[in-house]
Design a protein. Sequence first.
Length: 264
Amino acid sequence: MAYEFINYEQDGNIVTITINRPERMNSIHPPTTVELNDAWSTFKNDDSAWIAILTGAGERAFSAGNDLKYTAETSRGEHGGERFAPVPGGFGGITADFECWKPMIAAVNGFALGGGCEMALACDIIVAADHARLGLPEPRVGLLAGAGGVHRLPRHIPLKVAMGHMLTAKHMTAQDALRWGLVNEVVPLAELMPAARRWADEILQCAPLSIRATKEASYRGLEMDLHSAITHSFHGQRVMAQSEDTIEGPRAFAEKRDPDWKAR
C-alpha cells in the first residue's frame, strides 16, 4: 500500500520505518496504525528484510502516543465520522498479537510517551537520544496504557520503579532508562541513527536464522519454567538446525573468512 504517514525504506537487509507526523509529535491516529500494521507485516514476510529500525521524524518525538487531538476532532465529527477496524498487530502494528522473530530496534529520538513508549517496549533493543523521555502518562488524561505498557514495563525494570512511574504518570529520562536497563544505549541526537545502524550491523554479523531462533527461544522461554524452557524444542531451533547457514558458519570459521549468510 502507499504510505502517507510513515516512510518505509530498505538498505540491504535493514529496514527503517519512520513515523512521519512531526507536526503532531509523531502521534498515532488510526490511519497511521493501519499503515504501520502493513509495514510491519511487509517486514515480517519479506525474506530479504532481516532487521528493522523504528524511529520518528524530526528531533522532538519518537512518538507522543495516541493522537488525542484527532480523537477529540473525530468525536466532534470533524473527520466525517470515519471509523477504522482494529488491526491485527494492535496499536502501532506491533504492540499486540504481532509475532515476529526478526530483530527490531527502536531509535528513540525524543518523547516516547504512552503508545509511543509501548511501541518502543515492543522492540528488542532501544537506543535513545540523550534528550529522550519515556513514560506512560495515560492516567493524566483518564486512560490506561492498555497497548501492553502496564504489562511490559514491570517486566523490563524493577517492579517498584515501574509502579512509581506508572502511578504518578511521570516521564523517565533517557539516563534513568539506561540506569534501569530499559534502554541499551544513550547517545547525542546526531549519533542516534548511526548508533541504531551500528547495532543492526553487529546483528548482521550473526546467522539470521540463529538470531531468530535465539529471539524466539528467549521470549517463549520466559513463559515457561526453567526446566521446560531448556528441554523444549522451539520451531526456530529446528529450522536453524536444518539450514545451510549451520554448515556455512563452521566452514567459514575453519577457513578463516567471513561467513556468507543466506538465511536458509
